[in-house]
Write a protein that binds this ligand. Structure first.
Ligand SMILES: Cc1cc2nc3c(=O)[nH]c(=O)nc-3n(C[C@H](O)[C@H](O)[C@H](O)COP(=O)(O)OP(=O)(O)OC[C@H]3O[C@@H](n4cnc5c(N)ncnc54)[C@H](O)[C@@H]3O)c2cc1C
Length: 384
């Protein structure tokens, strides 16, 4: 597989890198402390085409493809993972509407996401009692004279109190199990939709994560996205793509951790020489660099397969599983290499460690990725 970047891919990466270094990195620590939602930053990302990297130009996207999206996500996450999660979900929501929506839905909602008018998109699948097993959801959508009425609660919704466009899963036929779930597009501000209190999170503190309540939320007939009863397949398709985004986010955090580790190890002296002169430190850095490179190649492969319309579900799960765990080890090593200082806010590595932890949990936990990979092996044979 050829991993040379095209001029366009390099341009998207460099644009994201330059913006991240100039606008995001200097304020990332302050955002982590204040929890301020990055409205201005998301609008700026929209201006650069980074809220619709893989979305056709007809809907305001950059049409730069999945590899470019992955590269951009890595650059933004390297500077501020909180901003990158809102970016990831917004790109994902736009892509889902492009893939499953009618022309009318695409024209009505996708440009709002890509232009920044909606500020962010939100993906409302998880519920208090249905996380790894979304088919166990209890939110319902009942037919009314004019369309649908949503009732129920969602949990952990990224940007759920800020988003202008939501995609929401609900049971349209509670007796039909996994085949009774459908997807709906809900504009922010629709009566009957409200957001609860912000979760007090370990990391990603500059992102907003809230529960949602749907209480008699009336939607028109045209709110149905994709086929009636086809919602679980919409969700699983979206999550496959989303996992490339989270793998890329983890890569960005891992890269930041490695860069800070190398720089600190070179300037910190103990026993009369830089700690980087110790083989124990060099070996740890070597392992981190090698694992991140392996994770990058897995992520690029999954992105390239998706971009070429080839099956990529197993590869996306492998990339997400490996990148999130490798990045966790990279951030843990960074704290260790910084010694006591690594445990304080004087250096950013403690934030990286807190931020990276969730990449092993959301968009499917590491265990869920292993289930996806394991199933694909038993279905297709280990050699495939
Ligand atoms: C910061 C943050 C942002 C999020 N953003 C969103 C969002 O925007 N939209 C959204 O819909 N959701 C979002 N989520 C939810 C996230 O996707 C879920 O937390 C995740 O899918 C896990 O679900 P759960 O928390 O209910 O854990 P559970 O499903 O209860 O799992 C608990 C533990 O059991 C393990 N487990 C469960 N089933 C199995 C099994 N069969 N075999 C082995 N182990 C198993 C899990 O791996 C995990 O370790 C977010 C979560 C967080 C923390």
């Amino acid at each position: 597989m050829d991993f040379r970047l095209t001029d366009d891919q390099q341009m998207v990466r460099d644009t994201a890198r330059e913006f991240a270094a100039r606008e995001l990195e200097p304020k990332a620590a302050a955002r982590d402390r204040s929890g301020e939602f990055p409205v201005r930053e998301l609008k700026a990302l929209a201006q650069l085409g980074l809220l619709g990297v893989n979305i056709p130009e007809a809907y305001g996207g950059a049409a730069a493809g999945v590899v470019a999206y992955s590269l951009a996500m890595t650059e933004i996450a390297r500077a501020d993972a909180s901003v990158s999660v809102a970016m990831a979900v917004t790109n994902m929501v736009g892509e889902v509407i492009v893939k499953f929506g009618t022309e009318e839905q695409k024209r009505a909602f996708v440009p709002r996401l890509t232009s920044g008018e909606a500020v962010a998109g939100a993906f409302a699948l998880s519920e208090p009692q249905a996380g790894s097993d979304p088919a166990a959801m209890s939110t319902t959508a009942r037919r009314t004279a004019g369309g649908w009425r949503l009732d129920g609660a969602k949990q952990w919704i990224t940007s759920g109190d800020r988003a202008g466009v939501f995609i929401v899963w609900a049971k349209t036929d509670p007796q039909a199990g996994a085949k009774g779930i459908s997807t709906f597009i809900v504009p922010g501000g629709t009566p009957g939709l409200s957001a609860g209190k912000h979760e007090e999170k370990l990391g990603l503190r500059g992102s907003s994560t809230v529960p949602l309540l749907f209480d008699g939320c009336e939607l028109p007939e045209s709110a149905l996205l994709g086929k009636l009863g086809g919602g679980l397949s919409v969700a699983l398709t979206a999550l496959d793509g989303g996992r490339i985004g989270i793998a890329s986010q983890a890569l960005g955090l891992g890269a930041a951790a490695l860069a800070h580790s190398v720089s600190y190890a070179k300037q910190r002296h103990q026993f009369g020489r830089p700690i980087a002169d110790n083989q124990a430190i060099q070996f740890r850095l070597a392992d981190v660099a090698t694992e991140l490179e392996a994770a990058r190649l897995l992520t690029m492969r999954a992105a390239l397969l998706k971009e070429r319309d080839k099956p990529f579900s197993r590869e996306a799960s492998m990339a997400k599983l490996y990148a999130s765990e490798a990045a966790w080890r990279a951030c843990d090593a960074a704290v260790q290499i910084h010694g006591g200082y690594g445990y304080t806010r004087e250096y950013p590595v403690e934030r990286f460690l807190r931020d990276v932890r969730v990449t092993r949990i959301y968009e499917g936990t590491s265990e869920v990725q292993r289930i996806v990979i394991g199933r694909s092996l038993s279905q297709a044979g280990a050699g495939k």
